[in-house]
Design a protein. Sequence first.
Length: 579
Amino acid sequence: MATGNSGTDIIPVAKGCIGQTYVLGAKVPKDNPNWKGPWDCAEFTSWCAYQTYGIVFGMRPVRADRGDAYSGFWYDDANEPGVAISWKDALNIPGAFLVRRPRPKLIGHVAISLGDGKHTIEARGAKFGVNQFDGAAARPWDIGVLLPGVDYEGNVAGVVVDVDPDFVPPPQKVPAGYFALQSPHLVGPPVLAIQDALASNKYDPGPLDGDFGPMTEAAVASFQAAEGLELDGIVGPQTAHALGLVFPIVPSAAIVNKWNALRQDAAQVLPDPPVPPAAAGSRAIKRFLKDASKHSVEFADGSILFVGTEVPYSDDMNRRGLYQDRNLADIKHIGTYAPADYLARHQKWAYFIRPTIKAESAGYFGRLNSYDRAAFTFGATQLAAHTPDENLILLFRKLLALPNAKDYFPELSLNGGKVTWAKDNGSTVDLEKSMLFTRPNGKKEKQLRNFIEYLNPDPVRVDPAEVSAGARLMVWTKDDPAAKLAQIDLLVARAKGLIADAKAAVAQFNGSDWRIALWIVDILYQGRGTFTAIRSALSQSDPLAALSEIGGSYKERRKTVKTDIAALEADGVLNGFTV
C-alpha cells in the first residue's frame, strides 16, 4: 500500500529493484507491488511513483492497471500535473526525476535522482538492467520533474525547493565531448572516428565525411539497440567504449590525416560568379570563397564578407542551405537594431516592435538563412521569400525604389510597382507571380516560385545564386541606413495592420494595454496562434499570462518576448502608449 509522502520515500522502493532486467517496451502493471521485471525506463519510474505515493503519472490512459508509461508523457506531464524544474536542480533533490524527451525516431529516458548531484537509479538498457549509476550530471537531460503532492522540502540534501511557476526548460545541450545530431551538424576528426568505428562494426553511417548527420545518428542508434545500450543516438562514454573508442574521443593519426584530406578537398575558391550579375564598382562580387562549410564572398575592393555556414536540414524534404546562428559575431558589423535610431520616424512604435525583433533575429539586420522551406529569409525582421504580397518581396519593392538600387541588384527593377528580373538571355521574369505549389509532403499552397528560383534555385545544395543574393543584401544593408529603415518601416506597418485585424476579430481587444497588443502582434506575426486562441486568452483572469502561453512549443521565443516586455515596463518607455 502506498504510504509515502516525502521525496526520499521513493528511493528504497527503487533500490529494491536493482539487478532486475530491462526490456525495451516492457509493459508493467503499476498496481502490482510484486512485479520483479522486466522494465523499461518510464515503466520503472511510473511503477515506483504509484507504489510509493499512489500517484498515476507519465501514463496514458491515466490508470494504474493498464496505463502505458512513456518518457514523452513524463515530459508532457512535467508542468501539469507535475512541476517542471531545471534538471540540474533535480540532481540535488532526492526522489526528483530527470527526463530526456523523445526525439524523432529516438526514445527518451527517465531516471530517479538520489539527490547527491551525480547518482541515479534507473532502468537504463538491456546491458545495464535496473541499477544505480554515477555521472548523471555529464549526461544530456531536458528537465527535472517533481510529483504533485510530494514533500520535497525536507530532503536530506538540504536543497531549498524554490519552484518557478514560469519555468521554461532551456534547449538541451549535449555535454562537452559527447556527439549528437545538432543544428548545425557537429563536424571534425572525432566524428570521422565515430563513423569509421560504426562502419567497422557493419553499421552504415552514410558518407565517411566527418559530419554527424541523420544517417550517422541512425547508425549510432542501431548500434546502441543491438548492444543493449541506452538508446539515445548520442555518443557518450558507454557508446564510445562499445565502439572501441576512448572517451573523450581522441582520433588516431590516420583519422586526422583522412580529415585533413577531406578538408583540403572542401577548401576551394570558386570561379567568378556566373549568376546573378553584380554591378560594377567596389560592391561587385569578384569571387566566391568556401572554406569547409563556411561561405563568403570577396568584393572588387578586396573586402571579404562572411555570408553563412552550409547546413543540412529536414522539414518536408532533405535540404541544404545557409545558416548563421553559430557565427553571429561575423555579421554584427552589418548593424543591430536600436529603437533610439528610429524614434524620430516611428515614435514609441520603435520600442513596441523591439521584443519581436529580438525574438526573430536577436536584432541583427544582416540575419540570413536559406535552409528551410521558405527558401530564403532575411533581416532583423526575418522576412521570408515564399509568401505572395508579404515579407521579403515587400522589402525588395522598397529597396529597388532607392536611388542606389542598381549598385547592388542591377538585374532587378520595378515594373508597375512589381519586382522584375532581367535575365542574361534578354528575357524578363515577373518575380511576384503567385503560383499554386505542391510541397513534397503533398500540401498545396501559393508561393512566389519565380522569386525562390531567383534567390535559391537549388534547395539541396548551396549555389552561387543564394550566396550572391545574400551577400548583396547584407552589404547593402551595411552601407545604406535607408536599407535598414526599409525593414523597420515594414514591421511597423505590419504591426499596425495586425492590430487592426485583431480589433476587428476580437471583441475584447481595444488597444488600451500595449502589453496585450504586443503579445497579439507577436503571436500573429509568427503565426503561432489564431484569433480564437487570442479571444480565449483575453477571457481569462490573467489575460497577459494566457497570451504568453499561446504557442506552447515555442518556449524560447515566448521567453524572449516576455523578458523584453518586462524590460520595457521597467524602463517606462511605453507608459501611456495605446494602439
